[in-house]
Design a protein around this ligand. Structure first.
Ligand SMILES: NC(=O)C1=CN([C@@H]2O[C@H](COP(=O)(O)OP(=O)(O)OC[C@H]3O[C@@H](n4cnc5c(N)ncnc54)[C@H](OP(=O)(O)O)[C@@H]3O)[C@@H](O)[C@H]2O)[C@@H](O)CC1
Ligand SMILES: Nc1ncnc2c1ncn2[C@@H]1O[C@H](COP(=O)(O)OP(=O)(O)OP(=O)(O)O)[C@@H](O)[C@H]1O
Ligand SMILES: [Mg+2]
Length: 342
């Protein structure tokens, strides 16, 4: 009896010593790997994978073309034809049924020639741009505004009209790239619109911050900054891209640290905004019951960030330094299955 007590005491002492020694480093490794913070434990991370799985449409033979997503991309001008292509093809590869591009006239033949899968409308620089896009709005589930749009004043004025018409129809908006340039000029355009997601990179985030809050961004508190910007915009969802993606709707901040790679070729943000198209449509269709009370837009954003980074990781394993966004797009199917299909 006494011998057993000694053994138990010794074992307990050993365990305490091991926890004291290895506990903090272990916690720190976990913290770095999963970016733990008060609102997001390892368990939460697993829950978020499950929530994304919950919103992905079930495979069935009963659906018709269009039900899994009809997505529009507003962008494409003389300089930039790659960005709208990347966004629109990513939406299709993730699982949307139809992908439209509304671009400037001279960009259209170029974008069409990249892919027969895309429906391309050369309307964005015409006098009737808003009316032309408005004709299609009743059929579109999500509009992605900005990849390769450029900063021409006339074009941006047309896009302003398109954003207003979309809001009037309650269409979810993903705003990226030069769409964020427009929002930085006119934040009121998106203020308080609950179906908007903004996806700024570091530079775009600073511009929005300057326009909405003023002064420089506090680089010591990324989470606080993204939360504050979202709140100042009336709880619009903000995805701040970077080494870690931070996502906030002004109430919660989620982090996405899925392993990517060191390769930072242009176009990865376009893959992200494009894949958000179908994810947003699915999340809103699934509703809060399937997202377990979490905001559907947060679940969609976390899913799209995780997917983009996984594509980057897989493409880099194969192509290393020569990895391009086209290589990442080729990985969408396999990455999606690995992450979200059980
Ligand atoms: N193939 C195509 O067609 C593609 C077209 N694209 C389209 O290009 C358009 C403009 O988009 P954008 O991203 O270049 O504009 P913006 O954010 O103003 O950056 C300008 C400058 O800011 C800096 N900078 C950027 N990020 C930073 C960071 N993390 N940390 C620090 N600095 C950073 C950097 O400055 P630099 O280092 O050059 O001085 C950068 O050059 C837009 O329509 C977009 O869709 C792209 O989608 C790519 C593929
Ligand atoms: N330092 C990093 N480490 C890992 N992933 C990153 C890093 N920076 C950005 N990313 C990832 O790359 C993707 C695109 O982010 P990025 O900041 O490059 O956008 P962007 O500048 O808008 O890209 P684009 O060239 O398409 O305009 C995001 O999914 C983000 O998670
Ligand atoms: Mg970008």
């Amino acid at each position: 009896m006494a011998g057993r007590e000694v053994a138990v005491t010794a074992a307990l002492a050993l365990l305490s010593a091991a926890i004291a020694l290895y506990g903090p480093p272990l916690r720190s490794v976990l913290r770095r790997t999963f970016s733990l913070h008060k609102a997001q434990s390892v368990e939460d991370m697993e829950n978020f994978f499950q929530l994304v799985r919950n919103i992905v449409p079930a495979p069935t033979l009963k659906k018709h073309k269009g039900q899994d997503g009809q997505i529009g991309v507003v962008g494409g001008c003389q300089e930039y034809t790659g960005a709208p292509y990347f966004a629109a093809i990513s939406a299709l590869k993730v699982g949307a049924d139809l992908s439209h591009v509304f671009c400037a006239r001279e960009a259209a033949p170029v974008i069409k020639s990249y892919s027969p899968e895309l429906i391309v409308h050369p309307v964005l620089d015409s006098l009737s741009a808003v009316e032309e896009v408005q004709k299609w709005l009743p059929r579109l589930h999500v509009l992605i505004v900005g990849p390769g749009l450029g900063r021409d004043d006339q074009l941006l004025s047309n896009v302003r009209g398109i954003v207003e018409a979309s809001k009037a129809r309650d269409i979810p908006l993903v705003i990226d790239a030069d769409g964020l340039w427009l929002i930085a000029q006119q934040p009121a355009l998106i203020q308080g619109y609950q179906k908007a997601i903004l996806t700024p990179n570091k530079m775009e985030f600073s511009r929005l911050w300057e326009a909405v809050i003023g002064g420089p961004v506090d680089d010591r508190d990324h989470r606080g900054s993204v939360l504050r910007l979202s709140q100042a915009l009336g709880n619009v969802t903000v995805v701040q891209k970077g080494e870690q993606d931070l996502i906030s709707n002004g109430q919660q901040v989620l982090a996405c640290s899925q392993e990517g790679s060191s390769r930072r070729c242009g176009g990865q943000g376009d893959l992200l905004s494009g894949s958000l198209g179908p994810m947003v449509h699915w999340a809103l269709l699934a509703g809060p019951e399937k997202t377990n009370g979490s905001s559907p837009l947060l679940v969609a954003a976390w899913g799209a960030c995780t997917l983009t980074r996984q594509c980057n990781h897989q493409a880099f394993q194969k192509h290393g330094r020569s990895t391009t966004t086209t290589d990442m797009i080729s990985e969408v199917g396999a990455a999606f299955s690995k992450l979200f299909e059980t």
